[in-house]
Ligand binder design. Structure first.
Ligand code: F6R
Length: 241
């Protein structure tokens, strides 16, 4: 596991972009595993600026997203499919048909998980971008999730509902359940870049980098990945220095 400590959010995002650009340039048909949340927005801004200034093309790129709230789809601006279009896809030349995310409105949740797992078998991520929850979750794999898990529906932890309520009008509007890639799907990526900024991530970053590898801290599984880079700002790195 490689750890890069950036001085601030801008530098963290720029360093993540360097790695992402390397993957896209070396393979214009790469599969990108993408995350939502506030952390990767700076990375996506760098990708958009580079596309506009340098013409980097995403026409043949494919994407797989980590997770989606149950009950939400593109008609809701809180859905992750909406987030991805708003923060990245609508600003680059990607073919939306090549972008993939769980269908939060699937009538049969179990079948939807099976569909997504089968899709992931055919679309191994050349790079997987991750954020980290303040409780150590990655995607929506909350503490206690089996390391061998694949795409499934989760009950969100109280702390996650509270953390994510900042995106909603009130905490009562935050969905209680979500679809998420499992830890095994994430570990299948060829390369992983996990980003963290802000003091509220410091404890989770400690667990990710220096803690015991345990299902109680889902991100700790990344210590076992052969090509994982952690990029965090000074505040998030407070406990690992
Ligand atoms: C988002 C995701 C989550 C977030 C995490 C951090 O697709 O899978 O694990 O990465 O909750 O969220 P932010 O970046 O908003 O602090």
């Amino acid at each position: 596991m490689k750890v890069i400590i950036a001085k601030d959010y801008e530098e963290m995002s720029a360093k993540a972009f360097e790695i992402m650009a390397g993957v896209v340039k070396s393979n214009p048909e790469a599969v990108l595993g993408l995350a939502t949340g506030s952390t990767p927005i700076g990375l996506y801004k760098n990708m958009i600026a580079d596309h506009k200034e340098n013409g980097t093309s995403y026409k043949a790129i494919k994407t797989v997203n980590l997770d989606e709230y149950e009950g939400l789809d593109y008609s809701s601006d809180q859905s992750y499919v909406y987030f991805m279009r708003d923060n990245l896809f609508d600003h680059i030349d990607i073919d939306l048909a090549n972008t993939n995310i769980e269908n939060g409105k699937a009538s049969d949740a179990e079948k939807e998980c099976e569909r997504y797992n089968a899709l992931l078998e055919t679309l191994q991520q050349d790079i997987q971008i991750l954020g980290i929850g303040s409780n150590g979750h990655i995607a929506f794999n909350e503490p206690g999730t089996a390391f061998g898990s694949v795409t499934h529906v989760v009950q969100l932890a109280e702390s996650t509902i509270k953390d994510n309520s900042r995106m909603f009008a009130s905490i009562d509007e935050v969905p209680k359940r979500a679809f998420t890639m499992g830890l095994k799907n994430i570990m299948n990526a060829k390369k992983i870049v996990i980003l963290a900024n802000g003091a509220n991530k410091a404890k989770a970053v400690y667990g990710l980098v220096k803690g015991e590898v345990t299902e109680q801290v889902p991100a700790s599984i990344l210590q076992l990945h052969p090509d994982c880079t952690v990029i965090c700002d000074e505040a998030a790195a407070a406990l690992i220095k």
